[in-house]
Ligand binder design. Structure first.
Ligand code: PMP
Ligand code: GLN
Length: 384
């Protein structure tokens, strides 16, 4: 293994899901739903397979039906208009979109400013691109993790090439506010930076929170690569269909990298996702409402078990602080939790360069069936 990748080892998600299996624990670690997405979308995939649509290499940028549907979805939800032929690219999940964007846009030695804690593939992809990551730590403040705008400004240097943003934010559940996003946008324009924004949880925002795509802010449309995923929006994490929207020059750059990573993305699923994106508003509302109820159920369980619980404004994760339980080391806590309570969670410290800043935080996923969450809450009560 080369030096660029050696520090990363095995992803925490694989490690913790294996631990859940070997101990028979409830897996609230890795974020994947335990029920599948809409039946009519599954039927659409079957139809595509049967009709021989996409069984051979589909077009590199993605099938036209899906690119058109992605553009229509962005127009409908955010008033952003993208040309399906030049401003949309289908990828093998958001994971490939992140990799291809960083490999295409970062030069060796470039600095990439990323919000910390960061989704684990960001660090590895910045490293593979030969870049240097510069984390800006989200700080707990009155029940939510917030972006410190002075720290963000201070992180940008003459070597900064790109800001890597994620909202709604995994693992903290923060949704960046209009004020925070305005500051990000102003900084990007002032310092002439590119922005890659991972918005895979765009439809999972709760209560008063609102998802504001960075590309809608002044000066951002031409410098922003926006990432979406059918895995998150339609609960098909195994299909690996994601996408980017961006100006033609950026899409063409990311496509240059994508063509040598996967060449194309899985064909029949693209036709099915095109149909999913056209589902009526009631699908998105019901999905959000279902997840909100699950969030409340798990949050109550975690509070009853003695955790401090941060407010999840978006995503399907709850970040907790384990210090009220008399614990300080999230790693040790998560390694012992299957034995102690039959539940698996993720130590947020793995998403930090400043490990000590993340040490007492532990993430639980609530994209699980109600009875599973109820059982997990019951088991966690033994900790209190
Ligand atoms: N970005 C974030 C913030 C995520 O949480 C995930 C899924 N865990 C991904 C990207 C990857 O998405 P996909 O499954 O579409 O590759
Ligand atoms: N995005 C999911 C999470 O944060 C897992 C994805 C993965 O396993 N790579 O839990």
């Amino acid at each position: 293994l080369n030096r660029r990748l050696a520090e990363f080892g095995t992803t925490i998600f694989a490690e913790m899901s294996a631990l859940a299996l070997s101990t028979g624990s409830i897996n609230l670690g890795q974020g994947f739903p335990d029920t599948d997405g809409p039946e009519e979308v599954r039927e659409a995939a079957v139809r595509a397979l049967r009709d021989g649509r996409g069984n051979q290499y589909p077009p590199g940028p993605g099938v036209p039906e899906l690119r058109t549907a992605i553009a229509a979805h962005q127009e409908h939800h955010y008033g952003l208009s993208w040309d399906p032929d030049t401003e949309v690219l289908v990828t093998a999940g958001a994971t490939e979109a992140i990799a291809a964007a960083l490999l295409a846009l970062v030069e060796p030695g470039d600095e990439v400013v990323a919000l910390e804690p960061y989704y684990d593939s960001y660090a590895a992809c910045i490293a593979m691109a030969g870049g240097t990551r510069v984390p800006v730590t989200l700080r707990p403040d009155d029940g939510r993790f917030r972006l410190d705008l002075d720290e963000l400004r201070a992180a940008v240097t003459d070597r900064t090439r790109l800001l890597l943003i994620n909202t709604p934010h995994n693992p903290t559940g923060t949704v960046l506010t209009r004020e925070e996003l305005t500051a990000v946008a102003e900084l990007a324009v002032e310092r002439d930076l590119l922005v890659v924004t991972d918005e895979v949880y765009e439809h999972l925002v709760f209560d008063e929170a609102e998802h504001l795509p960075l590309a809608t802010f002044p000066g951002m449309r031409e410098r922003t690569v926006t990432i979406g995923s059918a895995g998150k929006t339609f609960s098909f994490t195994g299909w690996k269909v994601g996408w980017i929207t961006a100006a033609p020059g950026l899409v063409s750059a990311v496509r240059s990298a994508k063509q040598f990573l996967t060449y194309v993305s899985s064909g029949p699923f693209q036709y099915a996702v095109a149909e999913a994106l056209a589902l009526p508003e009631s699908y998105f509302t019901a999905f959000r409402e279902d997840m909100r109820a699950k969030r409340d159920l798990l949050a109550t369980g975690l509070k009853d078990a003695g955790f401090e619980v941060f407010r999840t404004a978006g995503t399907y994760f709850i970040t907790t602080d384990i210090r009220p339980l008399g614990e300080t080391d999230g790693f040790a806590f998560c390694r012992a939790l299957p034995e102690r309570a039959g539940v698996v969670a993720i130590p947020n410290a793995v998403f930090y360069d400043h490990r000590e800043a993340g040490a007492p935080f532990v993430r639980f996923a609530f994209c699980k069936r109600t009875e599973v969450l109820e059982e997990a809450a019951q088991r966690l009560k033994t900790l209190a």
